[in-house]
Design a protein around this ligand. Sequence first.
Ligand code: GLA
Length: 401
Amino acid sequence: MNNFETIFGLPAQVSAQAPGRVNLMGEHTDYNQGFVLPTILPHKTTVQMAVDNSIGGKVELFSTNYQQRIERSLHQQKINHWSDYIVACLQQLQQCQIVIPSLKILVESNVPIGAGVASSAALEVALLKAASELLQLDLTELEVACLAQKAESEGVGMPCGIMDQMVASLGKENQALFLDTRDLSFEYVELPTDYHFAVIHSGKTHVLAQSAYKKRRQECERAAALMNVASLRDLCLSELNFLDQLPHVLRQRVVHVVTENQRVLDSVAALKQNRIADLGELMNASHLSQKNQFEVTVKETDLLWQAAINRGALGARQTGGGFGGAVVALVPARVLQSWWDGVSHDCPQASLISQGQQPEKASLRRVRWVFPKISSGEQPLLAIKLKVEPIKMAKVFRFGT
Ligand code: GLA
């Protein structure tokens, strides 16, 4: 008998997993329709599910991490609880005219919470993949990502971009996902095998300071409006000389987003050409831009960044939404242990989350369960949910410029 049966008294019908992520380049660019370069962590969230018609229109949830059971109605709005992510995802499906039966849902995860490695996206994506399997929705990975992002922004109230959900749904081991968040086109980029992207928790919990994140997003939108462009993605490096009409703070935000977009493109080129030292320099520049221009780093992540470099990393940067959380450092595999000994000596409160990929495969147990799909005459989900703007090629960034 596994956990599910012990907890709920009936067997699970489906199980799905999704990983945490570490972003290698492109911070706060996704909600500006820019570029990002995340990869997945070996840590995963698993969601198991079964239909239970005896619990009358409610969903019953259990989290082994919180050791907590809760019953939720899908008519209910958020209650500032871990279960909000699940309710918000199921409500997104309902908005697509999908009938949600009474469900029992078990969540188990080893994705660190509050470390800035997208534990919420892992939960949303695992949940939607399990629901898709159980209800035979045949959602594509792209649809899962879009629904998950809508759930987080509309249902949970965190106005995030789409990077985390895309990589949780589409990410592959040992590869970075080079994503253009404007049209959601993407490419996998091979990661070097003789270097590690070590992910270190600074010890300062990142509660995605929603107000600060929201504020940064609003600042970017205000700057775009003042610059008369649809989003900051539409600005290129040469236009940074013409920001005089912007207030100082907005100018700083623009400089970060525009240069960070370029750093993503340059990082992809560096990876493809095996210029690993260049990638390290780009990571350092990204950290300094997050610190000085975008103002999302904190004392703990700045000290950790410095220690990572002092002890021999080729480069490092704060990763994720910021205001605490993790730093990712590029370290030659052969010095990893001595490097970490030094960093943990300098920053005793820091802890190593991951030192690279592990060859563990995400699994999705396929148990078919016949259930009403979409009420008659509905459009396919993709048509309803994917509102992707056409690519504007007028001002594109170029590799290596
Ligand atoms: C959080 C959000 C992402 C992205 C990052 C910052 O992780 O969920 O959409 O904006 O912050 O790059």
